[in-house]
Design a protein around this ligand. Structure first.
Ligand code: ADP
Length: 258
C-alpha cells in the first residue's frame, strides 16, 4: 500500500515508478550511512535499479563506504552518477577535493541539493535512497521539500537517548505529511566473533519504542558486527563483501521487506 502511495506522487526528474526512501536519524553515529549504503547494495542484488544520493553534507561517507575515488563525469550538461557495487552513486564528497570539508552556506547548499535531483542523469531507477544528514536541520528540510514523494526510514540504536532524538526526526516527517516507511534498529546486539553469543551492548527496545511512538513498523534489527565495520573501512559494503555476516543477512532481509 505504501509503495502504491509513493508512486502516485511525482518528484522532479525521477521516473514515475521510482520509490524514494529518505534515510534519517536523530543524531550522528547510529549507523545511518552504513544502513543506507548496505541497503542500496542489498536492493541492487535483488535485481533492482538503485540510486544512492549521499546528502549527508558535513558527514558524507558514501565515497569511503563504496571505495570510490573517481569523480562523476559530465555529459551534455548532466552529471553521470558513479557506478559501484551495482549502485548509482552521487555524493557531496565527489564535488569537493579528497578529504576537504564542505564550506558552503545555506543558499549554495540548497542549490547543490537541487542539482543532485535535477542535473544528475540517474536514468531509470526502481529505488532512490537518500542518506540525509542527522537531525532535523536545514538540509533535511530542503531535501524533503525537493522530494515530496519520499518516505522516511528512521534509523536508531536500541539506546533510550538515541531513540528519543530519533522520535523528533520522525515527528518532523509527520509534520511534513511524509509517509513513514518504518524504523531500522542498528547496533541491536553485539555478536561474539568466537561463539556467536549475542550481547545487548546498547540496551534493548529502542527500535520498537520508536516504531510505537511514530505509529509505524520496526522493519529490521541489525546487529553490531565487526564485519560491517571492517567492510566500511575497506570500501566494500558488507552485503557485497561478506554476505553471510550477521549484519549482512539482516540488511538483506530489510531489502526484501521494502
Ligand atoms: P551515521 O551515518 O549515523 O553517522 P555511520 O554509518 O557512519 O553512522 O556509522 C558510524 C560508525 O559505526 C562507523 O564506523 C561504522 O562502521 C560503525 N557501524 C555502524 N553500524 C554498525 C554495525 N551494525 N556494526 C558495527 N559497526 C557499525
Amino acid at each position: 500500500a505504501l509503495s502504491q502511495r509513493l508512486r502516485e506522487q511525482q518528484p522532479a526528474r525521477l521516473g514515475t515508478d521510482t520509490l524514494v526512501y529518505a534515510v534519517a536519524s536523530g543524531k550522528g553515529g547510529v549507523g545511518k550511512s552504513s544502513v543506507a549504503a548496505n541497503l542500496a547494495v542489498a536492493l541492487a542484488r535483488t535485481g533492482k535499479r538503485v540510486g544512492l544520493l549521499d546528502a549527508d553534507v558535513w558527514g558524507y561517507s558514501v565515497p569511503q563506504l563504496f571505495g570510490v575515488r573517481r569523480s562523476p563525469v559530465a555529459l551534455k550538461g548532466l552529471m553521470l552518477p558513479v557506478d559501484a557495487h551495482g549502485v548509482r552513486l552521487m555524493s557531496v564528497g565527489f564535488l569537493v577535493g579528497d578529504g576537504e570539508p564542505v564550506v558552503w552556506r545555506g543558499p549554495m547548499l540548497h542549490k547543490a541539493l537541487e542539482q543532485f535531483l535535477t542535473d544528475v542523469h540517474w536514468g531509470e531507477l526502481d529505488v532512490l535512497l537518500v542518506d540525509l544528514p542527522p537531525g532535523t536541520g536545514d538540509v533535511t528540510l530542503s531535501l524533503l521539500e525537493l522530494l515530496p514523494r519520499a518516505a522516511l526510514l528512521a534509523v536508531t540504536t536500541p539506546q533510550v537517548s538515541a531513540q528519543t532524538v530519533a522520535t523528533r526526526a520522525g515527528r518532523m516527517a509527520a509534520d511534513l505529511r511524509m509517509p513513514l516507511a518504518g524504523v531500522v534498529e542498528n547496533m541491536s546486539t553485539l555478536v561474539c566473533e568466537c561463539c556467536g553469543e549475542r550481547t545487548a551492548l546498547f540496551g534493548s527496545g529502542g527500535g520498537q519504542r520508536l516504531a510505537d511512538d511514530l505509529g509505524t513498523e520496526l522493519l529490521a534489527r541489525i546487529p553490531l558486527d565487526a564485519a560491517l565495520r571492517h567492510a566500511g573501512d575497506t570500501g566494500v559494503p558488507v552485503v557485497a563483501g561478506a554476505p553471510d555476516a550477521p549484519s549482512a543477512l539482516a540488511l538483506s532481509d530489510l531489502a526484501a521487506r521494502l
